[in-house]
Design a binder for this molecule. Structure first.
Ligand code: SF4
Length: 361
């Protein structure tokens, strides 16, 4: 009966979250739906199926939090009744799935279960730009979240740099004081020509303004960069200007995501027509090397994604964990890693072309 009740509770979950939030098994709370921009030529809002952007009514989001809390309380009760001492874990999950196999397809139940099992400390606000939500609305959601789950230590979200440029610093400070502690922002490039060509809708100067503001508000900043986005023609300026912008911001994390054409995007069409050439593995490594060489940041640079350069057998060249390499302490090690890889022939690498068509976000 109690298990049946569990299956009847649910909250909405959006399609994506950063891999590091998956690693932390963060609770996923959908604050908005989809992306308000949907025009980046390498993405086009495809991860959100190009669906229209929506601000979710605050009552709906609060309602989702209430469902998550009811589910957490019920799970504790079930765990006590079944002799698991109120704890969640592998064996309780096995028992529950035996009692009700439909729970195996219950997305929000599984998300909440895994979250509680890993300590219930981190939350990720979905979708692509939660910061576009009016500040007072987001503040109300954060207050409710902390009231229901006081054990939460880290709340993170995606945000567009353009949105951050118009958000007052005081608003960001308020959100920080209510627990929003890290933003994931797609920088992609620090070069204006590349940004314009891929229709990012933001300039290098705006990236710097947005990034500095986030840090000044006391939040951690995780910036995504995309080697290969300038193709062969703009490779050098893409690497150099990206390093320049990163140096001016000094983010806590730089997350490297090598460009891979995503079907049904404008850049995919250009790639198919032959007007956009993918970098060869060695060209890509040289571009990464140039950027790293110019970096003067004191954060971490991470290669936590399968699209980044690897050897033919899929063996990664870089560390795959979510913490990557600490700069400047591990800069030399990172450069040596690239230099060792650059001694190999092109044929010894996995070529990006082999991955085209695979979901890469
Ligand atoms: S990269 Fe981000 S901002 Fe650009 S279209 Fe995709 S989801 Fe939207």
């Amino acid at each position: 009966m109690l298990v049946e009740k569990l299956g009847g509770l649910s909250f909405e979950i959006g399609p994506i979250r950063p891999p590091s939030e998956g690693g932390s098994r963060s609770l996923l709370l959908r604050v908005t739906r989809n992306c308000p921009w949907r025009l980046c030529a390498f993405c086009y809002g495809i991860p959100y199926r190009r669906q229209k952007f929506q601000l979710r009514p605050v009552g709906e989001v609060i309602g989702d939090l209430d469902q998550a809390k009811a589910m957490a309380d019920l799970l504790k009760e079930v765990s006590l009744k079944l002799g698991y001492g109120g704890e969640t874990g592998e064996s309780l999950l096995k028992t529950l799935l035996k009692l009700d196999p439909t729970l195996n397809h219950h997305e929000s139940f599984l998300n909440l279960f895994n979250w509680l099992t890993s300590g219930g400390k981190t939350v990720f606000l979905q979708d692509a730009d939660s910061l576009i939500t009016p500040t007072q609305t987001l503040a109300e959601i954060l207050r409710h979240l902390k009231a229901l789950f006081p054990q939460v230590e880290r709340i993170t979200s995606y945000a567009r740099a353009k949105t951050l440029t118009v958000k007052p610093l005081e608003d960001l400070k308020l959100l920080r004081s209510l627990g929003l502690s890290r933003l994931h922002v797609g920088l992609e490039s620090g070069d204006d020509e590349v940004l314009k060509r891929v229709n990012k809708g933001v300039t290098a100067r705006e990236h710097v303004e947005a990034g500095r503001k986030v840090i000044e508000a006391g939040m951690e900043l995780s910036l995504y960069v995309m080697p290969g986005l300038g193709s062969v023609t703009l490779s050098r300026q893409h690497a150099e200007n990206t390093a320049k912008v990163l140096n001016r911001i000094n983010p806590h994390f730089v997350r490297v995501r090598t460009f891979l054409p995503l079907p049904r995007t404008p850049l995919f069409d250009e790639y198919k027509k032959g007007s956009f050439k993918l970098l060869s593995p060695r060209q890509c490594l040289s571009e990464i090397r140039l950027m790293v060489e110019k970096l003067e940041i004191t954060g971490r640079i991470c290669f936590d994604h399968f699209v980044n350069p690897s050897l033919k057998n899929g063996f990664p060249i870089f560390r795959q964990n979510y913490d990557g390499y600490k700069l400047p302490e591990e800069k030399r090690l990172l450069l040596e890693t690239v230099d060792r890889a650059l001694e190999l022939e092109e044929s010894e690498f996995r070529w990006l072309e082999e991955l085209v068509g695979l979901p890469c976000l």
